[in-house]
Write a protein that binds this ligand. Structure first.
Ligand code: HEM
Length: 375
């Protein structure tokens, strides 16, 4: 498609059609253009499942589905929590969390499932401590987040998962409103009072978004990144010798896997030309990040994992106004996990052939359900 018809009309699984953008330049142009809306209740928004629009209409919009003028002030309310400086302050605690989980893995049976031992618990614990959500409830929220993201699950089951997650966070936010704790959600309660912006429902929606986005994404990148590094022992050996090149390697892993490329969908609110094609007001558009990040016009030998590539223009975290709020946190977690895991378990290896691994082909966020490893 990228070569022959880079802006193509496609049929959506939930009904209707949308334009699929496959070139890096076009995806960035679309994501930076305020004439494309993130409003999932708009009838033209690309439908991944039947009933998606009705589901979206049931809840107050949160950051990811807001447009101007609503989006800017809502993002400014929370952006200060995710600055590089704020994230750097979390570094010692994140290192402790990573080390504790590697210790537990080493003390446990072999083979181990890396997803359960490391990929899921590390970012879950980090986001729980940041938000002020009890980690003891991790099985509850991990199971519901995973279900919610799975396209093949019947809509009522996904709705139920979302309702349960919302009810859980509603109760938690209510408790923080009564007694604001020193964590992100507690501080948002105080900020709402100070500024007069936002209310209880807004905060519950934000909590749902941050809890899901904060653990599922990074967890899948930890699993896929570990797999890729295990499959490229030469590249990995170089990282062991030059740990300072880990940040560059992480950018390449983010580009290579582009696990969140279905989220960057929009609907046109005016007639707009992209890549020489006229997209009409009301038509849906998919900014296919994975395709954009494998555009040979931008990345020579795009399907090769080159951990020295050193590119920061990839769209794995999106682009424009909605660019990932948690990217500084995600980068730091990934750098610390890969830096620690291979240093502490140098003979880590797959316990199942790569072709037999259960990849998340059915989820809105790509990844692995399981990654059996041994050492
Ligand atoms: C490797 C990990 C991650 C990847 C690949 C990723 C990817 C993305 C992408 C592609 C978007 C853009 C969506 C759009 O344009 O519609 C986004 C938005 C967002 N991400 Fe992430 N993300 C990651 C980790 C995180 C983490 C750890 C958090 C929270 C702690 C987070 C919170 C958010 C939020 C709140 C938004 C919406 C921002 C807005 O609409 O203004 N993400 N992410």
């Amino acid at each position: 498609m990228r070569e022959e018809a880079p802006v193509s009309r496609v049929t959506m699984p939930g009904g209707g059609t949308a334009w699929a953008l496959t070139r890096h330049e076009d995806v960035r142009a679309m994501l930076a253009d305020p004439r494309f809306s993130s409003d999932r209740t708009n009838p033209g928004f690309p439908a991944f499942t039947e009933g998606q629009q009705q589901l979206a209409a049931r809840f107050r919009k949160t950051l990811i589905s807001m447009d101007p003028p609503e989006h800017g002030p809502a993002r400014r309310m929370v952006v200060g929590e995710f600055t590089v400086r704020r994230m750097e302050a979390l570094r010692p605690r994140i290192q402790e969390i990573v080390d504790e989980h590697v210790d537990a893995m080493l003390a446990g049976p072999r083979p181990a499932d890396l997803v359960r031992a490391l990929s899921l618990p590390v970012p879950s614990l980090v986001i729980c401590e940041l938000l002020g959500v009890p980690y003891a409830d991790h099985e509850f929220f991990q199971a519901r987040s995973s279900l919610l993201l799975r396209r093949t699950e019947p809509v009522p089951r996904r709705e139920q998962a979302r309702d349960e997650l919302r009810a859980y966070l509603d109760e938690l936010v209510t408790a923080k409103e009564q007694d604001p704790t020193d964590d992100l959600l507690g501080r948002q309660v105080l900020k709402q009072r100070e500024t007069g912006l936002g209310d209880h429902t807004d905060l519950v929606s934000l909590a749902v978004l941050l809890l899901i986005a904060g653990h599922e994404t990074t967890a899948n990148m930890i699993s896929l990144g570990t797999l890729a590094l295990l499959e490229h022992p030469g590249e990995r050996a170089r990282l062991d010798e030059q740990p300072e090149s880990i940040p560059v390697a992480v950018e390449e892993l983010l580009r290579y896997f582009s696990i969140v490329d279905l989220v960057t969908a929009r609907v046109a609110t005016a007639d707009v030309e992209i890549g020489g094609v006229l997209i009409r007001e009301g038509e849906g558009v998919l900014g296919l990040g994975n395709s954009a990040n494998h555009d040979p016009g931008v990345y020579p030998r795009p399907d090769e994992l080159d951990l020295t590539r050193g590119d920061r223009h990839h769209v794995a975290f999106g682009y424009g106004a909605h660019q990932c709020l948690g990217q500084n946190l995600a980068r730091m977690e990934l750098q610390m996990v890969f830096g620690t895991l291979f240093r502490r378990i140098p003979d880590l290896r797959l316990a199942t052939p790569a072709e037999e691994l259960p990849f998340k082909d059915d989820s809105n966020i790509y990844g692995l359900y399981e990654l059996p490893v041994t050492w």
